[in-house]
Write a protein that binds this ligand. Structure first.
Ligand SMILES: O=C(O)c1ccccc1NCC(=O)[C@H](O)[C@H](O)COP(=O)(O)O
Length: 239
């Protein structure tokens, strides 16, 4: 069965998973007075191919956010929460998720295996987040999963700065894994970093804080597009 989440990301000119998250790791408000409806409309207007909804309570989330967002958009949705049980997968499916986060750092290998298989049988795309090469090598059915390098550390509640070089270092292992959709997630704070990661071969980026904090989202995205175009155009304009 094909994955709507993966196909939508792979087909996008600007493959950003735009995230709705109420607060950052320090409790700082990220919605800045916007309602969830407004946040969704802003991302739709910006052409988001997929939207991530953080329902995890460390980031001010709650489970009701997922059906709320699903009622507002038909974009494929990723649910970001601490998923450890199959019952949570059934709830995610019922509430409108296309993909769910499975965090390798928090799941024993046998649980990861069972949850990936359960996701696939429910028609949910496993969005497996990793920070180490061994975790990539252990992802089952990698060809049907999104595998995302998290540039921050969830065990530190993502309070530290992002390490973008972690994504750069792990990209070859992602490519070898068989995933069609290598993603870099967290701490992508500006268009220059986003352009660099896409230029290196990432097929998707998950960005929350920087897009939510931007008071000129179209400008942020235009800057990204311009940088990518410059990278693709050979010096001298291709003459
Ligand atoms: O990473 C997790 O395990 C996790 C679990 C539950 C809720 C959220 C979780 N992660 C959130 C994130 O990783 C970030 O919100 C996301 O990657 C965007 O990061 P940023 O662009 O730095 O806001």
């Amino acid at each position: 069965m094909t994955s709507r989440f993966i196909e939508s990301l792979l087909a996008a000119d600007r493959p950003l998973i735009m995230e709705i998250k109420r607060s950052d790791a320090h409790g700082g408000d990220l919605l800045a007075g916007r309602s969830i409806d407004e946040a969704v409309a802003r991302y739709e207007a910006a052409g988001a191919p997929c939207i991530s909804v953080v329902t995890g309570r460390w980031f001010g989330g709650d489970p009701s956010m997922l059906p709320q967002v699903a009622a507002l958009t038909d974009r494929p949705l990723l649910q970001k929460d601490f998923i450890t049980r199959r019952a949570q997968l059934h709830a995610a499916k019922r509430d409108g998720a296309s993909a769910v986060l499975l965090t390798a750092a928090l799941l024993p290998r046998s649980s990861m295996h069972g949850l990936v298989v359960a996701c696939l049988s429910l028609g949910l795309t496993p969005f497996v987040e990793v920070t180490r090469e061994e975790e990539i090598d252990a992802v089952p059915h990698a060809d049907r999963c999104v595998i995302a390098v998290n540039n921050k550390d969830i065990r530190e509640r993502e309070r530290g700065p992002g390490d973008i070089e972690r994504s750069v270092r792990l990209l070859p292992a992602l490519m070898r894994s068989g995933t069609r959709c290598p993603v870099s997630a967290s701490g992508i704070d500006d268009p220059a970093t986003a352009a660099r990661l896409l230029g290196l071969g990432f097929r998707g980026l998950l960005i929350g804080t920087s897009l939510l904090r931007s008071d000129d989202l179209p400008g942020w995205l235009d800057d990204l597009d311009a940088r990518r175009k410059r990278e693709r155009t050979p010096a001298g304009g291709g003459r």
